[in-house]
Design a protein around this ligand. Structure first.
Ligand code: GAF
Length: 388
């Protein structure tokens, strides 16, 4: 059964519509988003579907194929469920959806189109793999409510609502990359996003014409951004920016690094150095894609991984094994993608080398006694849409 059919079946009655939004991979630019820097993600073919139907009352009810029980609450009571009022009092999956409903309603609680709704969610985005299954839920629900409530919001406003859900409803201190990547996805192009201005440019990746595949290697080590490591890195970045006397690390350049080294302890300095050099690598990757094509970006991807492994220290042994094995078997470049502490790596591979790289990674995982990884190719794909 497809995820679209599963969402429709789960709703139980005829939906007013079915909407979907994609997950994402990040080609390069990790942890730069909340430092007001640059990122280059793209939407993937895996999608989350929301089948929805307006109700006569003011209650919102969300159900999902990954949970046994639906969650139902009055629209006006939504904020009482979230961490700003204490602990999260609903299952995390539902807080992504309910948080979006809360954030959209909060823009104008008296908007005439706002009513209760039943929303059923099903997804084929792997969960906990660093592919933004949460942003896909937020994008699908935001798209559904934007239409059903006649809000007329643009994709950036919907992405902002998704980020508010993540930060304030779920309590994960994330940036806005994932929501923007999902909401602004286009086929065959990555989204070059300036996280300070939220300006975007579509950058064609040219993978197919260059005979390349982008492989995702899901290590199956689950990660979660509402837990300590992500927040700790964010705190270190804020400390580094304060010591440099700038509003955000976006304002620090590679030339400023010697001064940074004098101003801060070694750990904070290495966190700062990752952000500063990663921002530069994003700019270099965009320039290389434009002038020389995707075969020219491999070394930048691999350098990004080294920086996350050694300076930002967010990799894990499984991710390093995936990257090393892929490179040894001929990948042009490889890196972990997403927030780290588990999740997935990506590898840029010539079409002819896909089987060899896949075999090499699978063997390395088996030799190390790790769970067998899930390995699949992804191509840049379209953003949200109404499917029915
Ligand atoms: C997670 C977060 F949700 C993003 O905002 C971003 O910080 C990413 O980790 C790291 O680049 O996906």
């Amino acid at each position: 059964m497809t995820a679209l059919t599963a969402a429709r079946d789960l709703l139980g009655t005829d939906p007013d519509g079915i909407w979907s939004a994609p997950g994402r991979v990040n080609l390069i630019g990790e942890h730069t988003d909340y430092n007001e820097g640059f990122v280059l993600p793209f939407a993937i073919p895996h999608r989350t579907f929301a089948a929805a139907r307006l109700r006569e009352d003011d209650r919102i009810r969300v159900s999902s194929t990954f949970a046994e029980e639906p969650v139902e609450v009055a629209l006006a009571d939504l904020s009482a469920l979230f961490p700003s009022e204490g602990d999260l009092r609903v299952p995390e999956w539902s807080a992504y959806a309910l948080g979006v409903a809360w954030a959209l309603r909060d823009l104008d609680p008296s908007a005439p189109g706002i009513r209760g709704a039943d929303i059923a969610i099903a997804s084929d985005v792997p969960v906990g793999a660093g592919l933004s299954s949460s942003a896909a839920i937020e994008g699908a629900v935001a798209s559904a409510l934007n239409d059903l409530w006649n809000l007329g919001l643009d994709p950036v406003a919907l992405a902002r609502a998704g980020r508010r859900a993540e930060n304030e409803a779920v309590g994960a201190p994330t940036g806005i990359m994932d929501q923007m990547a999902s909401m602004l996805g286009v086929a065959d192009a990555a989204t070059f996003l300036d996280c300070r201005t939220l300006e975007t440019q579509s950058i064609p990746t040219g993978f197919t014409d260059a005979g390349l595949e982008l492989l995702v290697i899901d290590t199956r080590v689950k990660h979660a951004h509402s837990t300590g490591g992500y927040r700790d890195r964010r705190d270190a970045c804020e400390r580094g920016a304060a010591l440099m006397g700038v509003p955000a690390l976006r304002d620090v350049t590679v030339d400023d690094l010697p001064r940074a080294a004098e101003l801060m302890d070694d750990v904070t300095f290495r966190r700062v150095r990752h952000i500063v050099t990663e921002n530069q690598r994003v700019l270099d990757t965009v320039a290389a894609l434009r002038s020389d094509g995707p075969r020219a970006i491999g070394d930048l991807l691999t350098a990004s991984h080294a920086s996350m492994r050694d300076d930002f220290e967010i990799s894990v042994a499984e991710l390093d094994t995936a990257v090393d094995a892929a490179l040894e078997a001929g990948a042009l470049g490889a890196r972990m993608t997403g927030g780290g502490f588990g999740g997935a790596a990506i590898a840029l591979v010539s079409h002819a080398d896909v089987a060899a790289v896949t075999d090499a990674v699978e063997s390395a995982f088996a030799d190390a006694g790790y769970l067998a990884p899930h390995i699949f190719a992804v191509a840049p794909s379209a953003g949200p849409r109404r499917d029915a």
